[in-house]
Design a protein around this ligand. Structure first.
Ligand code: HEC
Length: 136
C-alpha cells in the first residue's frame, strides 16, 4: 500500500521532470535557431546589440525588450512585433537592409521623423537589426 503510493509519487515526479527537460530543450533549440536565422538575414551578431543600444541613446527613446533601463516612450516599442511589421518607421518595407538603413540614417529617409540619424557604423546597425529580428 505504502510502496504503491511511493511508486506513484516517484513515477509522477519523474514524468514531470522529463516534461520540463523536454520543454527546456525545445525552447533552447528554438531560441538558438531564431538567433541564427536573424544573424544570417542581417549579417549581424545579435548578442553584441544590447551594449551598442545602451551606448547610443536608443534606450532613451525606446522601450526595448531585454535591454536594461530601456523604458523610453518617444518612439515605438522595439519588441517581438517588430519582425512582423509591414513598414519600418512607417515608410520603408520591413526587410533587413531597410531596417539597417533606418537605424543608421532615419532622418535621411524621413526628414520629419523625431528619430535622429544615429551615425553608428554599418556593422553596429547590423548587430542591432539581428537582435531586433530575434525578439520574435
Ligand atoms: C530621439 C529619440 C530617438 C532615438 C535616440 C532613437 N530613436 Fe528610434 N525611433 C524614434 C521615433 C520617434 C521613431 C518613430 C519614427 C517614425 O515613425 O517616424 C523611431 C523608430 C525606430 C524604429 C522603427 C520602429 C517601427 O516600429 O517602425 C527602429 C527599429 C528604431 N527606431 C531603432 C532605434 C535604434 C536602434 C536606436 C539607437 C541606435 C534609436 N532608434 C534611437 C525615436 C528615437
Amino acid at each position: 500500500m505504502r510502496s504503491d503510493l511511493s511508486r506513484l509519487v516517484f513515477g509522477t515526479s519523474a514524468i514531470v521532470v522529463l516534461a520540463i527537460l523536454a520543454a527546456l530543450t525545445w525552447w533552447l533549440q528554438r531560441t538558438d535557431r531564431v538567433i541564427r536565422e536573424a544573424n544570417n538575414a542581417t549579417g549581424g551578431i545579435a548578442t553584441r546589440a544590447i551594449s551598442i543600444m545602451m551606448a547610443n541613446g536608443c534606450a532613451g527613446c525606446h522601450t526595448i525588450t531585454g535591454v536594461p533601463g530601456a523604458h523610453g516612450l518617444v518612439g515605438p516599442r522595439l519588441d517581438a512585433t517588430l519582425a512582423t511589421k509591414v513598414y519600418v518607421g512607417g515608410v520603408l518595407s520591413n526587410n533587413p537592409e531597410n531596417l539597417i538603413r533606418w537605424i543608421r540614417v532615419a532622418r535621411e529617409i524621413n526628414p520629419h521623423t523625431a528619430m535622429p540619424s544615429t551615425g553608428i557604423s554599418e556593422q553596429e546597425a547590423r548587430d542591432i537589426a539581428a537582435y531586433l529580428y530575434a525578439l520574435r
